[in-house]
Design a protein around this ligand. Structure first.
Ligand SMILES: *[C@@H]1O[C@H](CO)[C@@H](O)[C@H](O)[C@H]1NC(C)=O
Ligand SMILES: *[C@@H]1O[C@H](CO)[C@@H](O)[C@H](O)[C@H]1NC(C)=O
Ligand SMILES: *[C@@H]1O[C@H](CO)[C@@H](O)[C@H](O)[C@H]1NC(C)=O
Ligand SMILES: *[C@@H]1O[C@H](CO)[C@@H](O)[C@H](O)[C@H]1NC(C)=O
Ligand SMILES: *[C@@H]1O[C@H](CO)[C@@H](O)[C@H](O)[C@H]1NC(C)=O
Length: 492
């Protein structure tokens, strides 16, 4: 690790102050607004002859924690590749994954044509309802198509650009993203191409890794110049094209494992405590400093004067990191009958873990959506809480649930089932596949590899140079074989 870090550091550049723009959302956030970010960026992304550097921001908490992830010694032993079996493989064609050539001049393995020329069995599987929003997100470009001018305009909002040409992924980096958001997002796209080799059309896309939507409707009234920007969330006031966030492949800075593994862990944990045996209160744990409404939520905590039926806890990531994340396991937080979801600066990554808990989710009015949350129905998947009456709404929701346990339990189970079934990794990839395919159909020009772009593949540029949790999460979330059936069909 040491040698590797040193070589990486020589490619480091120092970022400026990230400011509020890099303030992380979610209860897992280590960020505290008002604190100055101390940035020491470590590039860990590799190079052929050119170097792509993807930077990791450290804030002060990280410094206190002693660069837990990248200096931890000894690093955990690397799991032997190839790792997990993919879902339901009928013909197994493993991709070779070989990190033993630690030669920086290594290039991506040759694309194996025979992998794509197989005939596919058709799939009778219907996609989850949330795939229907793909059309809505792309509607602004339906009449105009996507022109080179539009994509060039999107560059100002992007952290990186992904170009797919003939089944290969090329990335050009523009700005530093917070933590490893960009690395794990790119990793996800590369995995999609391993799952459906040769099936994702040529395209050119700009990706923004910020918290807040980038393309505001009021600033972009001329549809002829509307920049298409991919981003993790959207709202009514923006044109961002919504894409799954990095946490589906892992969030290493806060030790959140890849989603496929988390789903199993949550399922097991739900089995341990029955709903009726759980604490009959509403639970929340997270970083209250990322938004004003979270600060307000803290006023609903139990005190000597008031009982709002809420049990709220601050997450101190500095302490957690020092103590090896013993108390922040998400699967160990399914102990209450009710769980509160509240946005941070924008959408919060926490939503899927909360909904999966088999607790009734008390959802504080969200302003933002991510790719799956537009499918959630009030009083079917969650209980709504008004921002203006948070404490009283929480209290009455909990009272109601404790007096109507069958109904509250049904809401809890509907949400968990939705997460377990509709949000399994297979469908997340199918959502990505359909989104990129529909996006690709809109192109008015043939995407070409930009001069500054570098070819990216799993072994050379992403997983092999990494170490510790970085590499572990990638290996654990790696697609090892192409799927032998077609993607699901979008419901009409
Ligand atoms: C990985 O590559 C090295 C160097 O080319 C080779 O010696 C080794 O046998 C390969 N390992 C596997 C498992 O293919
Ligand atoms: C390509 O895939 C086929 C089918 O699995 C395999 O037999 C062949 O060895 C592969 N070729 C290369 C160059 O990896
Ligand atoms: C949950 O528990 C039931 C019986 O109590 C068992 O049949 C099932 O396999 C368990 N599931 C998991 C994921 O542990
Ligand atoms: C909320 O109250 C509980 C119990 O008194 C306490 O342990 C916890 O630290 C409080 N949470 C916050 C955020 O103040
Ligand atoms: C439910 O139970 C609580 C106490 O357990 C009680 O105060 C309340 O009036 C009951 N009824 C309703 C409709 O909430």
């Amino acid at each position: 690790m040491g040698d590797y870090l040193d070589s990486v550091r020589s490619f480091c550049s120092r970022g400026g102050s990230g400011g509020a723009g890099f303030c992380c959302t979610g209860p897992f956030s280590a960020a505290s607004p008002g604190k100055r970010w101390v940035l020491a960026t470590v590039s860990a992304f590799f190079f052929v002859s050119l170097c792509i550097s993807i930077f990791i921001y450290w804030n002060d908490v990280y410094d206190i924690a002693g660069n837990y992830f990248f200096k931890a010694s000894p690093p955990p032993p690397l799991p032997p590749p190839p790792p997990r079996t993919p879902p339901r493989p009928t013909i197994k064609i493993d991709f070779p994954f070989n990190c033993s050539k630690r030669d920086p001049a290594i290039t991506c393995p040759k694309f194996n044509q025979s992998v794509t020329s197989r005939t596919d069995k058709s799939s009778a599987v219907t996609c989850p309802q949330y795939t229907r929003w793909i059309q809505k997100d792309l509607r602004p470009w339906k009449m105009t198509g996507i022109t080179r001018d539009m994509v060039d305009r999107a560059r100002d909002f992007a952290h990186f650009r992904v170009v797919i040409v003939k089944g290969k992924v090329y990335v050009e980096r523009y700005q530093n993203a917070f933590e490893t958001r960009d690395v794990f997002t790119i990793w996800g796209i590369v995995q999609l191409l391993r799952l459906y080799p040769g099936k994702v059309p040529d395209l050119d896309l700009m990706f923004c890794c910020e918290d807040l939507p980038a393309i505001l409707k009021r600033e972009h009234s001329n549809v002829k110049h509307l920049p298409p920007v991919f981003h993790y969330c959207g709202d009514d006031k923006s044109y961002d094209i919504v894409f799954p966030d990095w946490s589906f492949w892992g969030w290493l800075e806060v030790n959140i494992k890849p989603w496929r593994i988390m789903l199993e862990a949550l399922k097991e944990s739900n089995n341990k405590t029955k709903w009726k045996d759980r604490e009959p209160y509403a639970y929340w744990r997270g970083n209250p400093y990322v938004s004003a409404r979270r600060g307000e939520l803290m006023r609903c905590n139990l005190s000597e004067k008031q009982e709002w039926n809420a049990r709220l806890y601050k997450e101190d990531w500095g302490v957690e990191r020092r103590e090896g994340f013993q108390h922040s396991n998400l699967e160990d937080q399914c102990t209450h009958r009710y769980k509160i979801y509240i946005e941070g600066r924008s959408w919060s990554v926490s939503e899927k873990y909360i909904l999966a808990c088999n607790s009734m989710t008390l959802l504080v009015d969200p302003n933002y959506y991510d790719f799956f949350t537009r499918s959630l129905v009030s009083k079917t998947h969650y209980w709504p809480i008004r921002t203006s009456h948070m404490c009283t709404d929480i209290k009455s929701a909990v009272d109601w649930g404790n007096n109507h346990t069958d109904k509250a339990q049904a809401i809890a189970e509907t949400a968990s089932k939705f997460i377990q079934e509709d949000l399994k990794m297979e469908f997340v990839y199918d959502y990505m596949f359909h989104l990129l395919s529909e996006y690709g159909k809109l192109f008015k020009y043939q995407p070409t590899i930009p001069p500054g772009a570098v070819e990216i593949c799993s072994e050379t540029t992403l997983a092999c140079p990494g170490d510790g949790l970085w590499r572990k999460f990638m290996v654990d979330s790696m697609v090892t074989s192409p799927k032998t059936t077609l993607p699901c069909t979008i419901p009409s």
